[in-house]
Design a protein around this ligand. Structure first.
Ligand code: AMP
Ligand code: MG
Length: 317
């Protein structure tokens, strides 16, 4: 199949209307979307990505009434999050109604919903006229795409259209929050942090905060975010010196000044880390780097989301 790369929202939306899948930009990562109401189209997402069927999708909407149309009810916790953070890099989980097929929910009785803040994404969803079910637009198991080039590399020939937009400003996937109970539970950490949520919900919980990993958000049990290279987490210079590093086939990402590595990404701050991480992984793979040394950060604020992805990437499960 030929993959059209276009900047035209109108052209891209025509593919959705014909029951095809389209990759599209958001502020977090690129998504691979299909019409929520078209089961055959939704199945194509799993085929193109080679995604396991029990890994649910996020429904991307452009207004409040689209949320109402797919859930049993909008709980008080969800209302508050919508009020404070929508549009933005946060996903709410609510009880689904019958409109949402089991392909989208991965067999669960809930649905994940997000309203992206990137204007281009909103325009696209609006033009499609329906909510879009979408996971990240990468091949299953590889790092999420943060530019249209990443999508092209993974899915060229497997999908009919990429809506070309800017590189993703955030670069990590959205915060996922279970809103079905009286208090919110963070299932996947993201740039909207537990500290920020705590200012509104003093009783916010983080699902399994210790390991920074929570299988309750089903996708999290799969190998994720991982480059082909081996990922080793290091805390500081002393830690680094413990390794017998083969510099000619190794890379480093972090805040310390290091020398001799084949590839180095020196970071300015946590936002830079979040934005650069997946792109760095992909570049290292292209260069056939064998080992990537990643500097750890304190697991607070955005640091928790970064550590969550780093730990996933370093586990060869
Ligand atoms: P991706 O955007 O590729 O990370 O895929 C969407 C992710 O959202 C899934 O892997 C899950 O972790 C999460 N998700 C989607 N639907 C649900 C749900 N109903 N309950 C909990 N987590 C969900
Ligand atoms: Mg994904």
């Amino acid at each position: 199949m030929k993959t059209l790369v276009t900047s035209s929202v109108k052209k891209a939306s025509e593919f959705i209307k014909r029951g095809e899948v389209v990759a599209f930009p958001t502020e977090t990562v690129y998504g691979l979307g299909a019409d929520v109401y078209n089961e055959e189209a939704v199945k194509k997402i799993f085929y193109a990505k080679m995604r396991p069927p029990d890994n649910p999708l996020i429904v991307h909407v452009h207004n409040y009434s689209q949320i109402e149309s797919i859930v049993k009810k909008i709980t008080p916790v969800a209302e508050k999050i919508i009020d404070k953070f929508f549009p933005g890099p946060i996903t709410i989980v609510l009880k689904k109604n019958d409109v949402i097929s089991e392909y989208i929910s991965g067999g669960l009785d809930t649905v994940a919903i997000r309203l992206p803040s990137l204007q281009l994404t909103q325009k696209f969803i609006k033009e499609c006229g329906v909510p879009l079910a979408a996971p990240s637009a990468n091949l299953s198991g590889s790092p999420s795409p943060t530019s249209w080039n990443h999508v092209y590399f993974d899915l060229n020939g497997r999908i009919p259209c990429i809506l070309k937009g800017p590189n993703c400003k955030i670069g990590l996937e959205s915060t996922v929050v279970d809103c079905t109970q009286k208090f919110p539970v963070i299932l996947r950490p993201g740039i909207i942090s537990s500290e920020e949520l705590k200012t509104i919900f003093p009783d916010v919980k983080i699902y399994n905060p210790r390991g920074y990993i929570r299988p309750k958000s089903p996708g999290m049990k799969y190998k994720h975010y991982a480059p082909k290279a081996k990922v080793i987490l290091i805390n500081n210079q002393v830690d680094l010196e413990k390794y017998n590093i083969k510099f000619s086939e190794s890379a480093f990402i972090g805040f310390m000044k290091v020398r001799n590595f084949k590839k180095v990404k020196r970071l300015n701050d946590l936002r830079d880390y979040a934005r650069s991480l997946f792109d760095f992984f992909r570049k290292c793979d292209k260069m056939k780097i064998k080992t990537i040394y990643c500097q750890t950060v304190p697991p607070e604020g955005l640091g928790l989301a970064i550590m969550n992805r780093l730990i996933k990437a370093s586990h060869n499960e």
